[in-house]
Design a protein around this ligand. Sequence first.
Ligand SMILES: [Zn+2]
Length: 293
Amino acid sequence: MTAKYTLAFDVGGTKIKAGLVKADKVFHCQTYPTEKKSAQKFLTEIEIIIKSLINPKVSQIGIATAGLVRKEGNQVDFVPHFPKGLINIPLKRRLEKKFGLPVKVDNDVNCFILAELKYGAARGLTNVIGLTLGTGIGGGIIIDGKLYQGHTGMAGEFGHIIIEAHLGWPCRCGKLDDFETLAAGPALEKWYKKITGKKKSTYEISEMTLKNNPQALKSLSILAKYLGIGISNLITIFNPEMVIIGGGLAEIKKLWPLMRREIKKNLLPEFKNCPVAKAKLGTNAGLVGASLI
Ligand SMILES: [Zn+2]
């Protein structure tokens, strides 16, 4: 029997990862900077990567990408990290025509939660909410064992729900005071600057929390407060068996007890036992999930 592989992509705002995936294993993984000058150059880059990885054992192409992916035709509609020229890219149609293989495209956090459901922290569960906390906040919803996509395929954009009304901090999506503006990685830097007047990176602040720096811990506790509001709202809406959290901020050890306390504080007694767990698959979740769309 011939082993079949998915040629998988994880497309982000700054880099593209690609590799050959079989079950939860990734082979020949490579990373490239994302070509953002034009849609044409981006598509050419994707095609060059496919040509470098493709072989007769590849049975499909799976693409996990940042941004909103429309269900019909797997068209990428809106990617807030990318310049305007990169919206409305007909990835699926173009690549299927060129390579004669089935091509599937979905949002990267939908792929992340599919991978965690099959091979990671949510194995065996049927109702799960996934969040990635990085430069933004992404979301994925599993209902009755299946990915919930919504009417047009764009369900789970948790980063852009409004959870505050008076700060006036703008999100790259055009809205004010939404979840990712207040609780993603760049927000930690903003809270630290608001408290101290000084500029530090998310990584630097994270390192300072390990040394119990009071301003760094204060910034982290404000971030945890907003994560508590957003995540408890999601638990109240979906009543999941588990919430799974991945992304760079999930690596900040001191965030976890603060965040769990804030989530519990906002929940009805009936929801307080919902576990909030760390993702297990690490940085390959997007690629593995791209083979499961
Ligand atoms: Zn937004």
